[in-house]
Design a protein around this ligand. Structure first.
Ligand code: ATP
Length: 497
């Protein structure tokens, strides 16, 4: 009964909330209920806290109304329901666990939060890390220069400076990065709240470093004296090797354990570097025990990093692990508009749309394309038009067109679904063939510049209305069917990277 009530409740929530919010926070909840009790399972503490803060009152209210005062007792838990027979929170498979990992109830809890020991700013003696690319003091940096003693032939200044333009204000939010942004914001606004470590993962150029710096910059804004250290994992390794050579490993340890927040980028480079992993493991534990914030990024999910010790992988999962996905078209357009605005460039919307439609791989490439267009416009003294974009990105666009042809899409889709290209082109209507065909048509519409009639022709001479129907059907299914959504995402990635 409670479960049926919950189904009715989420029907209301689906109508009341913007779909992005519903999909992000409500849909991943799993439900289990009996004897006047309703247990809602969130995939991790982040979702739990969010639902608790923002939606639980409304949920309770709706349940009260729907049950005419006989509402079940609602409890919100982390994990997943025990009985597979119970109805899920939503009729569709949950979406969020793919993007943000669940911390099962049985996982070891994070170490107890002990009060942070006061750390002086200029504590570092002996070992001093080399300045990295982000160590350069920006001219507008208002913070006083930091001097460190230099015994042991040790080197230079110690605080890593963050890229100051990587802020939350400059980060464009979209479906693909909403969770990651929200998680990063939580950490920035309320560090040591327990989302420790924050682990951001995803493909290249998708904004992981940007978000990591945004947290660091925000922490510094709140407390300019905070010791926030950002570095690439290779720097950590190099520093450690140097410290070993200089017999200064204790200084190294002291240095890294004295920070308020340690931000390490691309930790997949730790793979197979056993000594560094060992050192990092101890640093990491010391920081968590000291309630100091750790943020890590990687190009893949921690458990998939080959050559990384199991104990590290497991510990990375103690906090919050969030994926950053490739941005969808609207977000790409919004990012271009934002970047143009930052550079005080007048970028017409149709021009942004044109670039975003063609450059799909990642944000860094998108930015690179925009810079080229802006440079051409300056150089030639012309406004930014689609014609100018075509000229300045000629080679890039030609490469894209060559890469994603309808032919290529049909082959990739056939291979993915383990059917023949001939099946896709045939008149067969069985589901096992018709669905992949529709997916291939939708991808052709999204990834090529061919018109609907041209696409129809390329699919065994079909009418353009069939293509239109297919694209609409797939768009609809991607909203409600987790399998299709996953298939489409995988195919997009295969075809565009
Ligand atoms: N959502 C976004 N809004 C604004 N800019 C973005 C966004 N996502 C990425 N960028 C920009 O794209 C560029 C690449 O991002 P970033 O360096 O953070 O990628 P990354 O995921 O860390 O990649 P890598 O794994 O290669 O280090 C940066 O200039 C960043 O500002």
């Amino acid at each position: 009964m409670s479960v049926v009530l919950w189904q009715q409740c989420i029907d209301f929530l689906r109508d009341e909330l913007p779909s992005q919010q519903f999909n992000t926070w409500i849909r991943p909840l799993q439900v289990e209920g009996d004897h006047g009790e309703l247990r809602l399972y969130a995939p991790n503490r982040f979702v739990l806290d969010w639902v608790n803060d923002k939606y639980l009152n409304r949920i309770q209210e709706l349940l009260d109304d729907l049950s005419q005062g006989q509402a079940p007792l609602v409890s919100l838990l982390i994990g997943s329901r025990r009985s597979s027979a119970a109805s899920a929170a939503a009729p569709q498979a949950p979406v969020a666990p793919a993007a943000i990992t669940a911390t099962p109830v049985a996982e070891p809890p994070p170490p107890p939060a002990t009060p942070a020991t006061p750390r002086a700013q200029a504590t570092t003696q002996g070992f001093q890390p080399e300045p990295g690319p982000y160590d350069k003091r920006s001219e507008e940096d208002p913070r006083p220069p930091q001097r460190a003693d230099q015994p042991n032939n040790a080197v230079v200044k110690h605080t890593s400076y963050l890229n100051r333009s990587f802020t939350f204000e400059n980060f464009v939010e979209g479906k693909s990065n909403q969770l990651a942004r929200a998680a990063a914001w939580q950490v920035a606004d309320n560090p040591r709240h327990g989302y420790n470590p924050l682990f951001l993962y995803g493909g290249v150029g998708l904004g992981k470093t940007h978000l990591m710096h945004a947290v660091g910059n925000h922490l510094l804004k709140k407390n300019p004296a905070a010791k926030i250290v950002y570095l690439h994992s290779e720097r950590f390794v190099a520093d450690m090797v140097k410290a070993l050579q200089m017999n200064a490993i204790n200084d190294f340890k002291r240095y890294y354990r004295s920070v308020d927040a340690l931000l390490i980028d691309d930790i997949q480079f730790f793979a197979k570097k056993e000594r560094s992993q060992e050192e990092f493991f101890h640093t990491f534990n010391a920081l968590l025990e000291g309630n100091q914030q750790v943020i890590l990024t990687s190009d893949r999910y921690p458990k998939e990093i080959d050559g990384l010790e199991e104990r590290l992988k497991s510990r990375f999962g103690w906090g919050l692990t969030v994926a950053v996905e490739p941005p969808e078209l609207e977000t790409r357009v919004a990012i271009l508009m934002k970047k143009a605005e930052q550079s005080r460039i007048d970028l017409p919307h149709d021009a942004a749309f044109f670039i975003a439609q063609r450059i799909r791989s990642n944000v860094r490439e998108l930015e690179g394309a925009l810079k080229r267009v802006i440079a051409s416009a300056h150089f030639m003294g012309r406004d930014i038009t689609i014609e100018l974009i075509r000229e300045s990105l000629k080679d890039l666009l030609a490469l894209q067109d060559k890469l994603v042809s309808i032919d290529n899409i049909q082959r990739t889709v056939a291979e993915y679904y383990k059917i023949k290209v001939a099946d896709i082109l045939s008149k067969r209507r069985s589901r096992s063939v018709a669905r992949p065909r529709q997916v291939a048509m939708a991808l052709s519409k999204e990834l090529t510049n061919h018109s609907l009639p041209e696409i129809g022709d390329a699919f065994g001479g079909r009418d353009h209305t069939t293509v239109l129907h297919a694209t609409r059907k797939i768009a609809e299914l991607r909203e409600i069917d987790a399998d299709i959504r996953e298939d489409y995402k995988n195919l997009l990635r295969t075809l565009t990277t």
